[in-house]
Design a protein around this ligand. Structure first.
Ligand SMILES: Cc1cc2nc3c(=O)[nH]c(=O)nc-3n(C[C@H](O)[C@H](O)[C@H](O)COP(=O)(O)OP(=O)(O)OC[C@H]3O[C@@H](n4cnc5c(N)ncnc54)[C@H](O)[C@@H]3O)c2cc1C
Length: 438
């Protein structure tokens, strides 16, 4: 078995293959170093959901939808249990998620709609509930609290610690791990690198937002940037002013998609939307500009004025993968000897665990609720499951228009005016960015 890509998807696939079939020969080929892609540089949210879930659940009866929502919620606990059992300390902490209305009044209706949407999909009251402004303030001291939709099945972790832990344990279990091994093509079960070729019964492609060099994936999953900052460790007095004592994550109902959490070492990690680059180029460099940092810091201070004078010690960015069907997939095309998963649209930390496990089960012919889920497809090619993206420069032009109109829309919403600024003709891309942004 050869796995291309050493992020969470590739490493979890190797993990579950090894657990289910200990004698299996497994090789992971990573072009740079393990965690070079989004897995080594994300915001660390472990979400008991997947982006675009409603598209997967369309037409299913309520019982099936509830089973699938439970499966997604349980995936967070399963990930935590896998780490505990393996003795990997990746700062895993389950504090839930506050989807807050905390900048302007119109956000309350947005978050209430979001909660109703989760319940309609099949998430129970135990999974998500409404918090009043006072209940929200008990958990976090936002400047202008209007209320929040609280989701219980959300945790956080330290992405780099997870990568390091998985690599260490996989190496000890006998998985062959290769860094600086760029795959240049995968065809007819032959994986080619500059150094030579290997034949494999199944080739797993796990390159998500870094698929630019693999012809069979790159037109189906494109990279979109996301940028994150982290503060210096904050004083106890600052934390008293901010709250977040139980370390829930928080996100505000905004097109700017801002989200954050308090880390184990007392920092505040905070991310907000990035951009789409012409030609679907992935972001390899982690460093971000001073203006990118300043924009995120402004948003953060808008939520928590107590952070006005706090130093931002780190800022970084990377690319997440967005599929043209706006929902993640785990595909096994046995006839081609190919398996792949991705398209997590910025919600890939938990999803890559679920999809990696699902790929391993499908490859080994196991049957489970996971392999029967609508996002798990066997016997079809990726081409049949996920459409190709529109060609450039159409994609880039539409992305710029939409991102500009989001900023204007945000300004109008703050003034409690709402205009549909996005041309209906661009609905396909609006869907795409909304799925990353909301
Ligand atoms: C800044 C940022 C913040 C994010 N925050 C969150 C969050 O808080 N919560 C959440 O759920 N998700 C988040 N995400 C998304 C999440 O990190 C990703 O969805 C997930 O890590 C994808 O994992 P992956 O293993 O599929 O892909 P990646 O981690 O991107 O790994 C792909 C790997 O493939 C390698 N590769 C590419 N081409 C080749 C080749 N030809 N040969 C060999 N190797 C190759 C790359 O070098 C890379 O290491 C965030 C993403 C970013 C960028």
């Amino acid at each position: 078995m050869v796995i291309v890509g050493g992020g969470f998807t590739g490493l979890w696939t190797a993990w579950y293959l090894k657990q289910l079939a200990p004698h299996q020969d497994i090789r992971v080929l990573e072009a740079e170093h393990f965690g070079h892609g989004a897995s080594g540089r994300n915001g660390g949210w472990v979400i008991g959901n997947i982006a675009g879930l409603e598209r997967h659940l369309e037409g299913l009866d309520i019982g099936t939808r509830q089973d699938l929502c439970r499966l997604l919620g349980d995936n967070v606990d399963d990930l935590g249990s896998a780490l505990a059992a393996a003795g990997i300390d990746a700062d895993f902490h389950k504090g839930g998620a506050l989807n807050v209305a905390a900048r302007y009044p119109a956000q309350e209706a947005i978050q209430r709609r979001y909660l109703a949407h989760l319940h309609e999909l099949g998430f129970s009251e135990q999974h998500c509930q409404w918090l009043s402004a006072d209940e929200l303030t008990d958990m976090a001291r936002f400047h202008r609290p209007f209320g929040a939709a609280f989701q219980h099945q959300v945790a956080t972790l330290h992405p780099r610690k997870l990568i390091n832990g998985l690599v260490r344990k996989l190496a000890a279990a006998g998985v062959h791990l290769h860094e600086q091994s760029r795959v240049i093509s995968t065809a007819e079960r032959i994986v080619s690198t500059h150094e030579g070729s290997i034949e494999a019964r199944t080739v797993v492609i796990a390159t998500e937002g870094y698929s630019e060099q693999l012809a069979n994936i790159r037109r189906h999953v494109i990279p979109v940037e996301s940028l994150v900052i982290a503060t210096e460790p904050l004083s106890d007095a600052t934390w008293d002013a901010v709250g977040l004592a139980s370390r829930p994550t928080f996100a505000d109902a905004s097109r700017l998609i801002n989200y954050g959490h308090r880390t184990r070492d007392g920092r505040l990690v905070f991310g907000a939307r990035g951009n789409y680059r012409l030609g679907a180029r992935s972001r390899h460099s982690a460093s971000i500009s001073d203006s990118d940092i300043a924009m995120r810091q402004r948003l953060l201070v808008d939520l928590f004025p107590a952070l006005e004078d706090v130093e931002v010690s780190h800022g970084w960015g990377g690319s997440l993968g967005l599929s043209r069907s706006f929902r993640p997939h785990a595909v096994l095309a046995s006839e081609q000897g190919l398996a792949t998963a991705g398209g997590y649209a910025g919600e890939g930390v938990a999803a890559s665990h679920l999809m990696g496990r699902t790929l391993a089960e499908m490859i080994l012919g196991e049957d489970s609720l996971r392999t029967r889920a609508p996002w798990a497809v066997q016997g079809k090619s990726l081409e049949e499951v996920v459409r190709r993206w529109e060609p450039e420069p159409l994609r880039w032009l539409a992305a710029q228009t939409i991102l500009t109109s989001y900023a204007a829309e945000e300004a109008l919403m703050r003034e409690e005016r709402h205009l549909p600024l996005i041309s209906p003709g661009l609905g396909w891309l609006n869907n795409a960015f909304a799925s990353v942004i909301e």
